[in-house]
Design a protein around this ligand. Structure first.
Ligand SMILES: Cc1cc2nc3c(=O)[nH]c(=O)nc-3n(C[C@H](O)[C@H](O)[C@H](O)COP(=O)(O)OP(=O)(O)OC[C@H]3O[C@@H](n4cnc5c(N)ncnc54)[C@H](O)[C@@H]3O)c2cc1C
Length: 294
């Protein structure tokens, strides 16, 4: 017997969607672009698993899509696609590493459908926007039927494919301070294949330098190699206050790789991953410093 197909509801307001999701709890699942959800449903169906009873399509809710800027803060609605973010002049100016991350997602078709909200809330360790958002110290607004809460994007995650979102909660948008011109940034991804590559490994870096060329602020966030999305503060501290030279960059990159091993333990993949994390981090730091170290 093939599994029952889920019912499909398309609420017109946030309140309606949120109420429905709370009422149907385990039986309902949000669908945005569907690029993760539909793949997961198909996989579960093939394995003989149960589908949720309801899919709640949030694409008609007004105000959930688009990029805007106000007083130096950039906001991105949860329903904004990777393609829109990659092309947005606001993002290209105030958070170009996020545009780079979105450009690296899947294929043109996936970028046209897949949303930033889905990328975050699917909570895949390999999600490309998450390291960029972590390096930007981005925050998220999440709504439920009673109001909204505000949370650092990195604090949403409780484990691979697990978030702190409760039934009835919908991610509204993410926001961060636009990077000033004194900031350099980079997103470097090493995929298994050039096209359609889900990141095996990525690193996002933001570096701000003062008038003397010293690093005033550093953010380094690796993707797909830590148990939970996070910045590596011990590596960032190795750059702050220094005019970055080869020794400082090498030390910070090595620290990211060592921190990965401390957080994940030694695994079968460590012999491969450790030097690769170090090399990709080094490349991302140099690129953020305006040096292309390919
Ligand atoms: C062939 C292929 C290649 C891919 N390549 C990449 C890649 O290179 N990099 C990468 O990062 N990803 C990749 N992906 C994964 C996917 O495309 C992205 O994660 C995408 O951003 C998901 O967005 P969506 O709108 O399609 O999410 P959906 O599939 O609609 O939803 C994903 C999850 O998020 C939840 N959700 C969605 N929106 C909200 C919201 N506003 N509030 C609360 N919960 C919400 C849903 O309930 C679901 O659990 C790929 C997928 C495919 C099929």
């Amino acid at each position: 017997m093939s599994p029952r197909k889920p019912g499909y509801v398309v609420p017109e307001t946030l309140a309606e969607a949120s109420e429905f999701l709370r009422e149907h709890a385990e039986d309902a699942r949000i669908i945005a672009g569907g690029t993760d959800v539909l793949v997961q449903l198909r996989r579960r169906g093939r394995a003989g698993g149960e589908h949720p009873r309801w899919l709640v399509d949030i694409s008609r809710i007004p105000g959930l899509a688009g990029v805007s800027t106000d007083s130096g803060t950039i906001s991105i609605g949860a329903m904004t696609t990777h393609e829109e973010i990659a092309r947005s002049p606001i993002i290209r100016k105030g958070g170009p590493l996020l545009a780079e991350a979105c450009t690296s997602v899947g294929s043109p078709q996936i970028r046209e459908r897949g949303t930033i909200g889905g990328n975050i809330m699917n909570a895949s360790p390999a999600a490309d926007t998450i390291p960029a958002l972590a390096a930007l110290s981005a925050r998220a607004r999440i709504a439920d039927p009673t109001g909204t809460r505000d949370i650092l994007v990195t604090d949403i995650f409780e484990g691979p494919y697990e978030t702190s979102a409760q039934h009835g909660e919908i991610l509204l948008d993410v926001y961060f301070d636009a990077l000033p011109p004194s900031c350099g940034c980079a997103f470097v991804k090493l995929g298994r294949r050039e096209a359609l590559a889900i990141a095996r490994l990525s690193v996002a870096v933001v570096l701000e330098r003062d008038a003397d060329g010293r690093v005033a602020r550093a953010a380094i966030a690796p993707g797909a190699c830590l148990p939970m999305p996070a910045r590596v503060e011990s590596a960032e501290e190795m750059l702050v206050g220094k005019v970055p030279d080869e020794a400082a960059v090498d030390a910070a990159a090595r620290e990211v790789a060592e921190e990965m091993v401390r957080r994940t333990g030694v695994r079968w993949s460590t012999d491969y991953k450790k030097p690769v994390v170090e090399a990709v981090t080094k490349r991302a730091i140099w690129r953020a410093l305006g040096v292309n170290a390919e």
